[in-house]
Design a protein around this ligand. Structure first.
Ligand code: ZN
Length: 476
């Protein structure tokens, strides 16, 4: 369902309404909305620029992006300063304006620093490059220059990926397909030129064929080419090591800090009061630290092999939404477990552990982005990890169930509890298929460790057919 819907779908107030209803007022930035247009199944995306990003509305003034009104039935839209590739700026009416409310959490947001300024954008926001081409925020690097509204260039000094706690907003000077023409679709966004939402929706018309092969910010491939994220800007120091957005008095810098790693959930549950001020939490601060004795879904060796395989884009947040939805669902049946969905981490694995008497399950982004893993397999992975907690004997010395036991209990009991009636088979059969494409062909560990690929598949099938656990599960 990767295809973006036709304009009539994604540019309507109905999409914004659906986003609010389905995902909640504060959580719909970048979420997908499944729909159908004349060509069949497609998706719209709920909302690109962070709240308070200054956008020029005249040659001499700027205003925060969320303050632009789009055209309505009764009133014309506000004016925004717009240009094409020639950078001849004129005032154009804003035909579309939409976004989230303040306090949303935007995963996979990109913070770009240049000159003495910075901008926070969704991963797919498009910036004008000196060669006249466009580049997505999540493909920018410190080797790039951005374009000033007068055509001068400014060096990018840092590009980082992380969670952004604030609203996101987008505006467009047309509701239609720009048909590959940038005229009137470039904006002056905080002193650099970037494209409006109409261009973003139809980005395929504007991007080089090779654009999507560029490594994405936040991935191991990106760090290999450009090195680890830079920490250059003094406002990080003001924020106690965290970058806090807000510039030129639009919103004050805050000394607020966010607890890193696994305490993030506690941070989130406290909610709005902590997110009144926009805050950018770099991805490296949100990594969930896994204790060395945690149980794994696959062996570290297999995880290393799978890490080298191609992955889905980090900007495609569907697997993250699926995983969050599944975690909510499993939580209602197994509420004594803390579920961590660590999207920013490229590790291809999932984990179960007990710490200070609290049960944890963690899914890493590399697993969720592996092309073999779809929603059904993700569900079975969660069931496996819960199987470590609740599967009983035989166990590891620390008390969590052995791998084969976790596979069997997860597939046999947990999946049946969570997916009642016909849903059980509808989840299990595709899950087994997906995992058989995911597991590495190897003889497996013995005893309490991971069984071979074929054995794990046979354990899942035994669970479906209500047969005892196969002997291979614990073969010496
Ligand atoms: Zn395991």
């Amino acid at each position: 369902m990767a295809r973006i819907c036709e304009e009539s779908h994604c540019h309507s107030q109905e999409v914004v309404d659906v986003c609010r209803e389905v995902y909640g007022e504060n959580n719909y930035a970048s979420k997908p909305v499944a729909s159908k247009d004349s060509q069949g199944g497609c998706k719209c995306t709920c909302s690109c620029l962070a709240f308070d990003t200054p956008v020029a509305d005249s040659p001499t003034s700027m205003r925060a992006i969320q303050e632009f009104r789009g055209r309505s039935e009764s009133e014309p839209g506000d004016f925004v300063l717009a240009a094409g590739s020639s950078l001849q700026w004129i005032q154009k009416e804003v035909l579309f304006s939409g976004g989230t409310s303040r306090g949303a959490k935007q995963p996979n947001a990109i913070l770009v620093e240049y000159g003495n300024d910075f901008i926070v954008a969704t991963a797919d926001h498009l910036f004008l490059m000196p060669d006249g081409k466009l580049k997505m925020a999540n493909r920018l690097s410190v080797r790039d220059q951005l374009v000033r509204p007068d055509g001068q260039t400014v060096q990018v000094t840092s590009v980082r990926m992380g969670d952004y706690y604030s609203g996101f907003h987008h505006i467009a000077t047309s509701k239609g397909d720009p048909k590959g023409n940038l005229d009137d679709h470039l904006l002056n966004t905080n002193g650099v030129v970037s494209a409006d939402y109409a261009v973003q929706l139809f980005s395929d018309e504007f991007l080089d064929e090779t654009h999507n092969d560029l490594p994405e910010v936040g991935t191991a491939a990106y760090e290999e080419v450009y090195g680890p994220p830079q920490k250059t800007n003094p406002h990080e120091l003001l924020a106690g090591g965290r970058i806090v957005s807000g510039r030129n008095g639009l919103s004050p810098l805050s000394p607020q800090t966010v607890s890193p790693g696994r305490t993030e959930m506690a941070f989130l549950s406290v909610g709005e009061s902590l997110t009144v001020k926009p805050i950018f939490v770099p991805a490296e601060e949100t990594r969930v630290v896994i204790p060395p004795d945690a149980c794994r879904f696959i062996s570290d060796g297999d995880a290393e092999i799978l890490k080298l395989q191609p992955k889905r884009s980090m900007a495609n947040l569907t697997p993250l939404d699926d995983a969050n939805g599944l975690a909510d669902h499993f939580h209602s049946f197994y509420p004594d477990v803390v579920y961590h969905i660590d999207w920013a981490d490229g590790t291809v694995n999932a984990f179960a552990w007990v710490e200070s008497g609290v049960r944890h399950v963690a899914l890493k982004g590399g697993l969720l982005r592996h092309p073999a893993i779809q929603l059904e397999a993700t569900a079975l992975v969660i069931a496996h990890e819960l199987g470590h907690h609740y599967g009983g004997q035989p166990t590891f010395p620390e008390g969590l169930s052995c791998e084969g036991r976790a596979d069997y209990y997860g597939a046999n009991i947990i999946m049946r509890r969570v997916w009642f009636g016909d849903f059980y088979l509808k989840m299990m059969e595709p899950a087994i298929q997906q995992l058989s494409n995911f597991f590495q062909p190897n003889p497996g560990n013995h005893g309490c460790g991971h069984p071979s690929r074929d054995c794990r598949t046979s354990i899942y099938n035994a669970a479906i057919e209500l047969r005892p656990i196969p002997a291979c599960a614990f073969a010496e």
